[in-house]
Design a protein around this ligand. Structure first.
Ligand code: NAD
Length: 257
């Protein structure tokens, strides 16, 4: 795509955004890379650098292998997300919401940076849960993650649930774990009930999240993919933009309001 074509595509998307009163946005790890949190599949992604890590961190391995749990707790403790601040991309979506255009903000991210940026928690649908809470896989007790990480720092390498002794895990969806049915239903409704669906910073390789694009298209919404690299949905989308999200989202939103 030439620079002229890219600029035309961006103007076209801004005009759709201006005209639309119900916009549903799906975000992925790409919106948080500019906040210092690596994605999985981008050029600097955790799995691009260490493909074996993807296979290791499945739900089944977490349950079966104490060593996987020990490594997982260390990774949670060391996550760059604890120091991360929302960036211009997150804030642009807050501006879109305040303009009354946002139907829903569906995110695959677990970092809560949308809420920290000021997005209405009532509009944010966390498809894959949140890393800021831990949950007991036996009794379901939820504990703020910093409390559990304090125990890790004090030397507990795999801290059990304080109520029942069960295995604890971050309140996130791992590979091999089902999504919460109500959360997925809310996301599907939002994908079906919009005029414009923006897929932002996601490789669209993880289902059922990526399938939300199919729901949007089948319901007659325009689909726009904004991502640094190609996705399997580029061909069925109405437009593809490839600029960095911290630059393109503020530009699009200010041109549309
Ligand atoms: P992914 O890693 O598969 O894809 C991210 C995409 O974003 C890549 O195609 C990359 O090219 C693009 N990208 C990266 N930085 C960008 C930028 N600044 N501007 C434009 N594009 C950019 O991520 P995914 O599709 O979200 O799926 C991975 C899963 O990983 C999700 O389920 C998510 O829960 C989890 N995850 C979450 C976080 C987080 O919460 N921040 C971080 C890593 C992984």
């Amino acid at each position: 795509m030439t620079a002229d074509q890219a600029e035309q595509a961006e103007q076209q998307v801004a005009s759709w955004l201006r005209a639309a009163d119900r916009v549903t946005v799906l975000t992925g790890a790409g919106i948080s890379t500019e906040s210092g949190i690596p994605d999985f599949r981008g050029p600097q992604g955790l799995w691009t650098k260490d493909p074996a890590a993807a296979a290791l961190f499945t739900f089944q391995n977490y349950l079966a292998d104490p060593e996987v749990r020990v490594r997982s707790w260390r990774a949670r403790r060391d996550s760059p997300a604890w120091q991360a601040e929302p960036n211009a991309g997150h804030r642009a979506l807050v501006d879109l919401e305040r303009a009354g255009k946002l139907r829903a903000l569906i995110t695959q991210n677990i970092d809560e940076l949308h809420q920290l940026a000021g997005s209405d928690p009532g509009l944010v649908i966390e498809l894959h849960g949140t890393m800021r809470w831990a949950t007991c896989l036996e009794c379901g007790l939820r504990t703020p993650m910093p409390e559990v990480l304090t125990r890790v720092a004090a030397g507990e390498t795999d801290p059990p649930c304080l109520r029942c002794g069960g295995i604890q895990k971050s309140a996130t969806i791992s590979f091999g774990q089902s999504l919460d049915a109500e959360v997925l239903a809310a996301a599907t409704r939002a994908a079906r009930d919009c005029a414009l669906f923006l897929a932002v910073g996601t490789s669209l390789q993880v289902y059922p999240a990526a399938g939300l694009c199919d729901h949007a298209v089948a319901s007659g919404a325009r689909l726009v993919v904004i991502n640094a690299e190609p996705t399997p949905y580029d061909e069925v989308s109405d437009a593809v933009l490839r600029a960095p999200l911290g630059v393109v989202l503020p530009r699009l939103v200010s041109a549309a309001l």
